[in-house]
Design a protein around this ligand. Sequence first.
Ligand code: CTP
Length: 434
Amino acid sequence: MTKVITYGTYDLMHYGHVRLLERAKALGDYLIVGVTAEDFDKQRGKINVKQSLEERIANVRATGLADQIIVEEYEGQKIDDIKRYDVDIFTVGSDWVGVFDYLNEYCKVVYLDRTQGISSTQLRQENSVKIGIVGASRVVNKFGNECGYVNGIEVAGVCTDNTKVLSEELQGAELTGDFTQLLTKVDAVYIYSTPELHYDQAKQALLAGKHVLCESPIALKKEQCIELFQIAKEKGLVLQESIKTAYSLAYSRLVLLAKGGKIGKIVSVDTSCTSLKDLPEGWGSLDDWGPTAMLPVLQLLGTDYRSIEVLSQFNEETGFDSFTKVNFRYDHSVASVKVANGVKSEGELIVSGTKGYIYVPAPWWKTDYFEVRFENPDNNKRYFYQLDGEGIRFAIVSFIKAIEGIQSTGYIEESVSEAISGVIEYSKENAIVL
Ligand code: CTP
């Protein structure tokens, strides 16, 4: 019996896939199809596959061509599979010519002509979400650039009063200085204007029926944030806060481990985010770094803190805080958040528990690595996760999936966004001046 094996993602099954499987089957008597797992796809840069692994397996099964379906989970697995299943022929489409020649050592390698004119990428691009970007800082370039890595999103316009900051790619997008005009051209907006404008712009966009991805903080008052989520719900729109760290794999796995009791009961969360850089006009340290720094506190200990104390040092020229420390007091735990643009410190995150602690080295907010440490160092464990694009592209993928109803916006809970706005609101009135 001649055994044939082939691999693929098989997202949004199309006739190119079917033709490939038909010809693969015809090469032998028994066809094994390896379907790629989500984590493996992400590692190799396919980040916005639309269908779940289960659906993609069902796609392959429905062709009736596979005698066996397996899941591809790790790099190098093909060699293992070929040996394990005693495979005679490995085959894939001609887009991979040469890449798998190293498998000749284990079996015959056949590249089949790829069917022209169709691909999953192309199908994912159809009905792209047209996004408009509003903002006056260089971050809008980064965002525009990251959109290029995600299928199903297209930058349709940019609203800025500072065209000098725009990169060449964005210079090509339609430019306007008028937010209302931008809204007429798009399905969604990404807001990176000064914090003072976020609430008004998000509200205007939602009322115009547009989805909103808003850089933190969504609003400078808690009530405003609650109101925005309410409007979004009533209108069936997505309102999502964009804190890059929330979308990084290492960070989200860390939260799951801590919540799952790995270090016992969490008693203290301490975060620090500082950089000696000039902030754009209209931003203070707490506006800029606060949402990121508060994220682990609010996600791990909750939003129901008993009291907070805010201590700040202000920049005399700008009138904004250049250093702020927020101390949170909960019923049975505490947290501290240190943010600064005028003071430098170690940017680490430490989550202390009754059995051990989680340590994330600087800069923890864009980490691909953390450690879980115990009294007995033999029990320590290190975790690594690849991070591409500082989390921005994963924020975009999550936003698109939420718009398409494939996935909820669960990375940052509404209550967390509201609490972030609440702390910032409190700080504006109650900061103790150092
Ligand atoms: N394939 C093909 N002809 C196409 C598309 C895919 O022969 N028009 C083959 C690929 O070469 C591969 C298999 O089908 O052997 C599974 O490919 P997959 O990567 O799942 O599909 P693509 O449409 O290429 O997906 P993407 O656009 O995300 O790369």
